[in-house]
Every structure is written in structure tokens, then in C-alpha cells.
Design a protein around this ligand. Structure first.
Ligand SMILES: Nc1nc2c([nH]c(=O)n2[C@@H]2O[C@H](COP(=O)(O)OP(=O)(O)OP(=O)(O)O)[C@@H](O)[C@H]2O)c(=O)[nH]1
Length: 126
């Protein structure tokens, strides 16, 4: 099982979703930015590090939502979501091919990575 954190980042009441690029696992699926927890790293340190590495921005981490364990055909993940606020930095996509800033009710129309669906549902109902 791989342990992955992801951030639901609020920019002035819009939420950031990012699209995986062709060369990544789950190509072209939409997700919340984040990545694998390194050995000895806390969840919060992981999410802040991944968001800076992938997006070049600083965030303030807010609330931990319910983790999701999901079995994909070739791997299993525990995806640990946090809500967060944008703090600073110019958004640059260093790994993903696209992004959107959307309202909660627009997010559901994207083609999400399957593990994200329960997270999206919980977030939309907050
Ligand atoms: N960051 C992130 N990953 C997610 C989400 N949903 C989801 O299923 N994943 C999966 O969790 C894994 C996260 O790992 P990652 O982004 O650090 O690394 P990767 O597998 O793309 O890179 P790798 O090729 O170095 O293993 C990916 O396999 C990704 O498909 C999500 O919302 N955010």
C-alpha cells in the first residue's frame, strides 16, 4: 500500500483541481495535488512539500478529511486529504498538464481518479 496526501486548496472560494499528464500513472485523470509520504515525514510536512514541488506555492493546511483506501488494478493507496488555503507564490504546473479553479458544484463534472470520489463527496457536503 502506498500512503499519499492530497490538498483541497481554496483560492478565494475556488478550489484547485489538477490533471495528471500523459506520462504519469492514471494519465489525464483529475486529482487534488499531493504525493507519497516519505519515510519519517509527517502528513502535514508531506502535503506542504508536495504542493511546493508540484505547484510552486505555499499553503496553510486546515482540516484533515477522511482517508480513503482504494485498490486500483496494479496498486493500492491510502489517500489522506486535507483542506488548505493558498498563501503565496505564482502557481506553476511542474508535473501536471492542466488545472482548474472551480466552484464546489463544478468539480464533480471532471473525470476524477477513482480514489478521489469519496473525498469529493465528503468535501462537497461540508
Ligand atoms: N497526488 C495525488 N495522487 C493521487 C490522487 N488520487 C489518486 O488515486 N492518486 C494516486 O496516488 C499516487 C500518488 O503518487 P505520486 O503522485 O507521488 O506519484 P506517481 O505515482 O505519480 O509517481 P511515481 O511515478 O514516481 O510513482 C499516484 O499513483 C496517483 O495515481 C490525488 O488526489 N492526488
Amino acid at each position: 500500500m502506498i500512503y499519499v496526501t492530497c490538498a483541497i486548496i481554496n483560492f478565494d472560494d475556488k478550489i484547485l483541481a489538477v490533471q495528471r499528464s500523459e506520462t504519469m500513472k492514471l494519465p489525464f485523470k483529475w486529482e487534488f495535488a499531493g504525493g507519497k509520504i516519505e519515510v519519517g515525514e509527517s502528513e502535514i510536512d508531506c502535503i506542504k512539500r508536495e504542493i511546493f514541488e508540484e505547484l510552486n506555492i505555499q499553503i496553510e493546511v486546515k482540516e484533515r478529511l477522511t482517508p480513503v483506501v482504494h485498490q486500483y488494478p496494479n496498486f493500492k493507496i491510502k489517500l489522506i486529504p486535507y483542506t488548505a488555503l493558498y498563501v503565496s507564490g505564482d502557481l506553476k504546473l511542474r508535473e501536471h498538464c492542466d488545472f482548474v479553479l472551480a466552484n464546489k458544484n463544478e468539480l464533480i463534472n471532471l473525470d476524477w481518479a477513482e480514489a478521489d470520489l469519496p473525498i469529493l463527496k465528503e468535501f462537497v457536503e461540508l
